[in-house]
Design a protein around this ligand. Structure first.
Ligand code: HEC
Length: 524
């Protein structure tokens, strides 16, 4: 009899009856499965006053958009992260895994159950001011700009004069949108002439309208950039950019279409370098039409064209970030380097380029590019009527230019000459440092360092914290704090390194909200 019963079980299992019964007991709920995903990946934009068109901060709000959420996560339209995560990872990456997308789908198909409301995590607290601390200099827009509610995009350049007694080395530039519901993306240049002032004076109103670039070639065309959800960062210690004393920051703001006339006054925060900058980061548009192997850069109408670029890197380089740039015909990018020994270094792959979501993609650790490597790019443009973003109807032959109806093919790289050990400089081991509900965040800065560093951490709730400095093999070098109670919110913990030998270490932080490990390079 017992034997028969197990046969029956086996038959049931084979015919899939048991797994189905099991699936019912593991039904996903908002409180335990969906809210953590939404609060981690969506609410940084989907909350009141932010760029997204509706908030996703409560069960009712999420349920009222459930079918669209299932659709836009399934197509990977949301969250708007363009680089292919199967090709390469970056700092502050915001993507859903296949399993998470399936979870959302199953929850919507299962009738969007709420579960136990008491288990819904708190919506993360978002800092309202600077994400980096107190800026040394705040450069505001001189006037509020009025963006008409006419349903049109606006690309407006504001000239922000910099007046300082001397040139300064900067460790970070942070753009802070004034009216986040209309500011869609921002590119910041730097000019040392008065050409931008002349363009501003010639145009009616505050600022001047210009789509692709700045209307001329300033000394820095990509000094900094911002898209919603992007976090400003300090450059590694000893690295920085120079801000000239009588220069101007050129802030190109893309205001999204809106049907209510609104104003914006945004600001740029400047952080000066605390430690001497000995290595200046250059932003080079190394991939451009002059590097094409199948140029010229002319995109015939009614055709999909792929251009191939190739350029030899003439020096041993360290790369911090990559930023491809094109307009509305662009479909996708693949950029990589081939080392002299034939190995490939993947740099970026974008399968569905979207002008509105272009970003600067920062590597999680510095990338060494050997001298003599070939930098390669494939860039595809869809100049057919099937491309819904095609600005020309019917399609026209398109060439290089700054206007919305012209195209660009550029990839900017933040680079500097390589120095031994650069590849060990980890910018963060925690992708998407911002806002995981109920999860401790940690950043160690400066890193690398010699004398001292600071551990910045933040928890949702008060918790005892243990911080340890471990060596590369995981052995305890120093107990920084042991089970010390800390409140919720941002904390700074200095970590003096006197007596610690140069090398690579791990800073480990343990709390009720999880453990974080960050690599720390102690230099001589
Ligand atoms: C970086 C900011 C940002 C993040 C993060 C983000 N969204 Fe959005 N979302 C937007 C913006 C802006 C729009 C308006 C459409 C557009 O501009 O592409 C939008 C539109 C939508 C829409 C409406 C789409 C339509 O066509 O009607 C849905 C649904 C949506 N988002 C869901 C999500 C979900 C779910 C997540 C998280 C998994 C998410 N979004 C993450 C900014 C964001």
């Amino acid at each position: 009899m017992k034997h028969c019963f197990s046969l029956l079980l086996l038959a049931l299992a084979l015919f899939g009856v048991l797994p189905a019964a099991q699936a019912q007991t593991t039904q996903y709920t908002f409180s335990q499965d969906i809210a953590p995903l939404v609060y981690n990946h969506c609410t940084r934009c989907h909350r009141t006053g932010e760029v997204a068109p509706f908030p996703l901060t409560t069960y009712a709000e999420v349920v009222s958009h459930a079918q669209t959420i299932k659709y836009v996560t399934g197509t990977r339209y949301m969250p708007p992260w363009k680089p292919d995560p199967n090709y390469r990872h970056y700092l502050d990456e915001n993507t859903l895994t296949d399993a998470e997308i399936a979870k959302i789908r199953d929850w919507v198909d299962g009738g969007t159950p709420q579960g136990n409301p008491a288990l819904i995590p708190a919506v993360p607290a978002y800092p309202s001011g600077s994400q980096l601390g107190t800026p040394d200099m705040v450069i505001p827009m001189a006037q509020a700009f009025t963006h008409l509610g006419n349903g049109q995009d606006m690309y407006r350049i504001f000239v922000l004069p910099v007046n300082m007694p001397a040139d300064r080395d900067i460790a970070a530039i942070e753009f802070r949108a004034g009216n986040k519901s209309i500011v869609h993306h921002v590119i910041i240049g730097m000019d040392t002439t008065q050409q931008a002032q002349a363009l501003d004076a010639a145009a009616p109103g505050y600022g001047y309208t210009q789509f692709g670039g700045f209307g001329f070639n300033p000394v820095e065309t990509n000094f900094a950039a911002w898209v919603p959800g992007m976090q400003a960062r300090f450059y590694p210690t000893g690295m920085g950019k120079k801000l000239y004393r009588h220069s101007s920051l050129l802030v190109q703001v893309h205001y999204g279409p809106n049907y209510v006339t609104q104003t914006d006054s945004s600001v740029v925060n400047v952080f000066f370098a605390r430690q001497p900058v000995t290595r200046y980061i250059q932003t080079l548009p190394a991939i451009s039409p002059v590097t094409l192997t199948n140029g010229p850069f002319i995109i015939p109408a009614n055709q999909i064209s792929t251009f191939h670029a190739q350029i030899v890197v003439p020096f041993e380089a360290t790369m911090l970030s990559i930023a491809p740039h094109a307009h509305f015909l662009s479909k996708g990018w693949k950029v990589w380097a081939v080392k002299p020994n034939g190995d490939t270094i993947r740099l970026v792959k974008i399968n569905d380029w979207d002008f509105r979501w272009q970003g600067i993609y920062r590597f999680t650790s510095l990338q060494r590019i050997p001298a003599g490597s070939r930098l390669m790019a494939d860039a595809t443009y869809d100049n057919t009527a099937q491309n819904p973003r095609n600005p020309n109807s019917p399609p026209q032959t398109v060439q290089w230019g700054e206007s919305t109806t012209a195209e660009m093919l550029l990839t900017y790289f933040d680079v500097l000459p390589y120095r031994a050990g650069d590849e060990n400089i980890v910018l963060s081991t925690v992708p998407g440092v911002a806002t995981t509900p109920g999860t401790v965040q940690m950043a160690v800065f400066p890193n690398p360092t010699s004398a001292t560093t600071t551990i910045n951490f933040q928890m949702e709730r008060a918790s005892p914290v243990t911080v340890s400095l471990l060596d590369g093999t995981g052995r305890l070098v120093r107990a920084v704090v042991r089970s010390k109670a800390y409140p919720a919110g941002p904390q700074q913990l200095p970590l003096p390194l006197t007596g610690v030998a140069p090398g690579i270490y791990i800073v480990r932080l343990e709390s009720n909200e999880g453990t974080r490990n960050e690599k720390l390079v102690v230099a001589e």
